[in-house]
Design a protein around this ligand. Structure first.
Ligand SMILES: [Zn+2]
Length: 387
């Protein structure tokens, strides 16, 4: 009798322990499924449904805010036809001059957006990585903080998790993020094998079931003269990005244009200017495409920036780096959904590293909760307090 009671008690105890075990397991799994790294991650107010992030490699704030530099429109700066170049880009008035170079960016900055980094408005956007060349710059833009270990442009897979990868881990963004770059290092910067984000960059061929546009890009890449081994023409990167917008409608599209930097290194000020204007037209067409697609129209934020500045003067403009003053200064523009601040920033101080959390915040996500040291979002959104 006593033995039986003990057996029943033991059975009940066993049943209770097992129930507790399963309850605890379910709780842990539920927390893990809805949170980030076992924290209590909460999405916040979203300002946009989609974000298009565009970078123009090494385009100086000098040209963005002041237009073409008269001193550099000269034969010794590689300008083949200085008279024609002056005719196209030089105007006495600074504001008129910058609109010649970047008409769409300035139209948006004045009508429906915000731009920072104009020294004449006492506005500063600085690169914090101290290196002032491409991989450290793109890492800072995309991961939200500088990493001293990123110290070369070598094709090494990024140890840092970019905002694109962080978003891509969440089910709602999986398969909804795409990247196109002119420079062939982007699959490494975005750590494509680990992040799972489709990245098409450099002269990389489109493979698998390709679209008509991708097929055409493949053909052109095969048959056209290549000015640079590691950088394809921006027009091809643009076409691929536009094709993705129309067919796949990603929620985050990263488009990195690269020719401005290469023409500058090549000492061709005329082509540096022309590329900037063509890049501006590509941004306009991408914007127009979003405005004609229901899932994007009125719901899309555009962020436009650069990886580094450049030096100054007749030689300095061609290069960039820690020994060339000016390389640390850049610019950031934002327009479209959610952007409350308007016009040219006056007296603000911002960092390149703020772009990542800004992109996340637009979508209602808090990147700063993911790791220590992530720079705060830019204060461009509705009801955000100016810092
Ligand atoms: Zn460069």
């Amino acid at each position: 009798m006593l033995g039986d009671r003990r057996k029943v008690a033991l059975m009940l105890l066993g049943w209770l322990a097992e129930s507790l075990y399963w309850a605890a397991l379910f709780f842990i799994l539920a927390v893990a499924a809805t949170s980030d790294a076992f924290g209590f991650y909460q999405p916040q107010e979203a300002f946009a449904e989609a974000v298009v992030l565009i970078t123009l490699d090494g385009l100086r704030p000098e040209e963005v805010f002041s237009g073409a530099d008269q001193r550099l429109i000269a034969a010794d700066n590689g300008v083949k036809n200085p008279e024609q170049c002056r005719e196209a880009y030089w105007r006495e008035d600074r504001e008129e001059r910058r609109k010649r170079l970047l008409p769409f960016l300035w139209q948006m900055a004045e009508e429906d957006g915000w731009i920072a980094g104009d020294v004449e408005s006492d506005s500063v956007v600085e690169v914090t990585n101290g290196k002032y060349f491409s991989y450290p710059g793109y890492n800072e833009i995309l991961s939200g903080r500088a990493d001293p270990a990123v110290d070369s442009n070598d094709k090494k897979h990024n140890k840092n998790v970019t905002v694109l990868e962080w978003l891509h881990q969440m089910p709602k963004y999986r398969g909804r993020i795409e990247a196109f770059g002119s420079w062939d290092v982007f699959p490494y910067i975005l750590n494509a094998p680990r992040s799972g984000i489709p990245v098409n960059a450099g002269w990389q061929k489109f493979e698998g079931s390709v679209s008509e546009t991708q097929q055409a890009i493949n053909t052109v890449q095969e048959l056209l003269f290549r000015e640079w081994d590691g950088v394809r023409y921006d027009s091809l990167t643009y076409l691929a990005a536009l094709d993705s917008l129309k067919r796949n409608q990603p929620r985050v599209l990263f488009v990195s244009l690269g020719e401005t930097d290469d023409w500058a290194h090549g000492g061709r000020y005329d082509r540096y200017l022309l590329t900037a204007t063509q890049n501006d037209e590509m941004i306009r067409r991408l914007w127009q495409a979003t405005q004609s697609i229901d899932s994007y129209s009125g719901k899309t934020l555009f962020l436009v920036t650069t990886d580094h500045g450049r030096g100054d003067g007749r030689e300095g403009w061609k290069n960039h780096g820690s020994t060339l003053p000016g390389s640390e200064r850049i610019w950031i523009a934002a327009f479209g959904a959610g952007v409350e601040l308007k016009g040219v920033d006056q007296g603000g101080r911002f960092q390149q590293a703020q772009v990542a959390a800004t992109l996340a915040k637009a979508l209602g996500e808090d990147l700063q909760s993911s790791r220590e040291g992530i720079h705060e979002p830019l204060p461009i959104f509705r009801s955000s307090e100016r810092q």
